[in-house]
Design a protein. Structure first.
Length: 518
C-alpha cells in the first residue's frame, strides 16, 4: 500500500488538507499498523448513492459523539474554572479580611495556583495516554474537588496562618486541575477529524465564560448563607461549589467515555466508521507506542512554540479578567452583591460569541483572522478602561470596556487552543504539544496575578493586558503566514513529484503530504 500525489484521488482530502492516498488490495493484505488503518479508510464509499448513505451515517455518528463526549467534558471544565476563579467572588465576601490576607499576599496566592498548574501538565497528558480518559479525568476531578472544598475550612489563628493555608490549598488546587484542559484537548483529537476538532474544543472552552456567569449568580445566592453553621458566606462558596465537583466527579465514572477502541456507547459498526474516518484524516486511529523521541520532536518544533506563544499572550488577560472582574466592578462604586451580579452579562456575551466564532471559523476553514478580530475587540475594551480617568464618576464607561474586553478574550482563547489538536501529528507529540501550550501559556497568568493593583483604575494591569492582546494579534498573524507558507511549499513539492511513498514512511506533521490548518 502507498501514498501518491494524485489530486484526482479524494480519499484523504478533507477541507483545505491536500492529503491524498491510493492503495492496492494486495498491498493492503500485507500491511499492518498505520498502513492497515489507512487501508480501512480506503474502503470508504466513492459512488454517489453509497456516498450519500455514508454521509448520513457520518452525520448521525457525529450527533451521537457530540451528545456523549462534549457535554461531559464541558461540565468538568465548567467545574474546573468555577473552582479556580470563585476565589474572586469569595474575596468580595470577606475572604482576605477574615484570614488576614493582604492584597499582595492575595495576588501571590493566585500566582501559586499557576505554579502548581503548570508543573505537571505535560506529564499529566502522558499519564492520560497510558491509563485512559475514563479513569484519569474523573480521578483528577475528584481530587481537585476535595482540595477546592478544603479552601472553605482554612483557618487563621495563633497556631495556623490564614495566609499560609491559603497558599497551600491554592498550590494543590492548581496541581490537580492542571491535567484537565490539555487532557481533554488531546482526548477530543482522538475522536474527531481535524476539521471537526476546533468547533468541539471551542464548545468545551465556552464552559469557562459560562462558569464566570454561573459563578456570579451562585456567589450572589450563597452569600446570603453568611452565618449558617457558624461559617461566613465566602466559606460556603468554596464548600458548596467544591462538593458539587466531588459529586459530579463520581458521576463522571459513568459518563466519561474511553478511547474509541474501548468505548461502550458505540456499536461495532460505528467503531469501524470512526476508525475509517480518522484513518483517512489523521493518526488518531493508529496504535502508537509511547516513545521519548516523540516528546523531543514536540520540544524541537518551532511551530509548537508559536502555538504556545499564541496562548501565552491570551492567558494574562484571560485570568486577570477571571480573577479580578468582581473587584474591578466593585471598585466602580458598586456594593458586593451588585458586583457579583454585574459579572454575569459580560460572561454571558463572551459565551455566546465563543460559540459564534467557532461556528463561523469552522465553516470558513481558517482561525487566524478570527483570533485577530476577537483580540482587537479586547484591545478596544482595554483602551476604554484605560481612557476613563474617572471610573467612579463614570462607571458605565468602564463597564462597557469590561464588555469589550471579556467578549474579545474568550473567543480568541478557544480558537488558539485548538491549533495543536488540528496541526500536530503523532499522538505522543500532540499530547506533549497540547500540554506544553497550556504550560507555557499560563506563565502569562503568573505575571498577570501580580499586576492588578491600585483600584479603581488598575492602570498598570489594564495597560499590560492591552499590550498582550496586541502581541497576540502579531503572533496570530505570524502563525497564519508561517502555516500558509509551509502549505504552499509542500504544494510545490507535490506538484513536481510523481513518487509513491510508502505509508509506513509517514513522518507525522513533517510529512510532505500533511497540510496545516490556518
Amino acid at each position: 500500500m502507498g501514498f501518491s500525489w494524485s489530486k484526482k484521488n479524494p480519499t484523504l482530502r478533507h477541507g483545505s488538507d491536500d492529503q491524498v492516498a491510493s492503495s492496492s488490495a494486495s498491498d493492503t493484505e500485507k500491511q499492518t499498523g498505520q498502513t492497515a488503518a489507512v487501508a480501512t479508510a480506503q474502503d470508504l464509499p466513492t459512488d454517489p448513492i453509497t456516498l450519500e448513505v455514508h454521509r448520513r451515517r457520518e452525520k448521525a455518528l457525529l450527533r451521537k459523539l457530540d451528545l456523549h463526549l462534549v457535554p461531559g467534558v464541558a461540565i468538568l471544565y465548567l467545574l474546573s474554572f468555577l473552582d479556580r476563579s470563585n476565589v474572586a467572588n469569595a474575596k468580595l465576601e470577606g475572604l482576605t479580611k477574615d484570614l488576614g490576607i493582604s492584597d499582595p499576599d492575595y495576588s501571590t496566592g493566585l500566582t501559586i495556583f499557576f505554579i502548581g498548574y503548570i508543573l505537571f501538565e505535560v506529564i499529566w497528558n502522558i499519564i492520560l495516554k497510558r491509563i485512559g480518559p475514563r479513569i484519569w479525568l474523573p480521578l483528577i476531578t475528584l481530587v481537585w474537588g476535595i482540595v477546592a472544598t478544603l479552601q472553605g475550612v482554612v483557618q487563621n489563628n495563633e497556631r495556623v496562618s490564614g495566609t499560609a493555608g491559603f497558599f497551600v490549598v491554592r498550590f494543590f488546587l492548581g496541581l490537580t486541575e492542571g491535567g484537565l484542559f490539555p487532557g481533554v484537548v488531546f482526548y477530543l483529537s482522538m475522536w474527531y477529524k481535524r476539521a471537526e476538532r476546533q468547533y468541539r474544543i471551542a464548545l468545551f472552552f465556552s464552559a469557562a465564560s459560562l462558569a464566570g456567569a454561573f459563578g456570579g449568580v451562585l456567589a450572589y445566592g450563597i452569600s446570603f448563607m453568611n452565618g449558617i453553621g457558624g461559617y461566613q458566606g465566602w466559606r460556603w462558596i468554596f464548600i458548596i461549589e467544591g462538593l458539587l465537583t466531588v459529586v459530579l466527579a463520581v458521576a463522571a465514572w459513568w459518563y466519561i467515555a474511553d478511547w474509541p477502541a474501548k468505548a461502550t456507547f458505540v456499536t461495532e459498526d460505528e467503531r469501524r466508521l470512526i476508525q475509517a474516518r480518522l484513518a483517512a484524516d489523521s493518526d488518531a486511529s493508529q496504535s502508537e507506542v509511547f516513545e521519548w523521541d516523540e516528546v523531543w520532536k514536540a520540544l524541537k518544533d518551532y511551530k509548537v512554540w508559536l502555538y504556545c506563544a499564541a496562548f501565552h499572550t491570551l492567558s494574562l488577560p484571560l485570568y486577570t479578567i477571571s480573577f479580578f472582574l468582581p473587584s474591578i466592578i466593585k471598585a466602580l462604586g458598586y456594593q458586593s452583591y451588585q458586583a457579583q451580579l454585574l459579572t454575569v452579562p459580560p460572561y454571558a456575551l463572551a459565551t455566546a460569541l465563543t460559540v459564534v466564532y467557532a461556528v463561523v471559523s469552522e465553516r470558513v476553514g481558517v482561525r487566524a483572522p478570527f483570533v485577530i478580530a476577537s483580540s482587537l475587540t479586547a484591545v478596544i475594551g482595554y483602551a476604554i478602561l484605560i481612557g476613563n480617568t474617572d471610573p467612579i464618576g463614570h462607571p458605565g464607561v468602564s463597564y462597557v470596556g469590561v464588555f469589550f474586553a471579556t467578549a474579545g478574550i474568550f473567543p480568541s482563547c478557544a480558537l488558539a487552543l485548538s491549533w495543536p489538536a488540528m496541526n500536530v501529528s503523532g499522538q505522543t507529540k500532540r499530547a506533549v504539544a497540547s500540554g506544553l501550550q497550556i504550560t507555557i501559556g499560563n506563565t502569562g497568568a503568573i505575571i498577570g496575578t501580580q499586576i492588578y493593583r491600585n483600584p479603581p483604575r488598575y492602570l498598570v494591569g489594564h495597560s499590560v493586558a492591552l499590550a498582550y492582546m496586541v502581541l497576540n494579534c502579531v503572533v496570530a498573524a505570524v502563525l497564519w503566514h508561517t502555516l500558509r507558507r509551509e502549505n504552499k511549499k509542500r504544494d510545490r513539492v507535490a506538484a513536481g513529484s510523481n513518487a509513491v511513498v510508502a505509508a509506513g514512511d509517514w513522518q507525522g506533521d513533517d510529512d510532505p503530504r500533511w497540510r496545516f490548518r490556518l
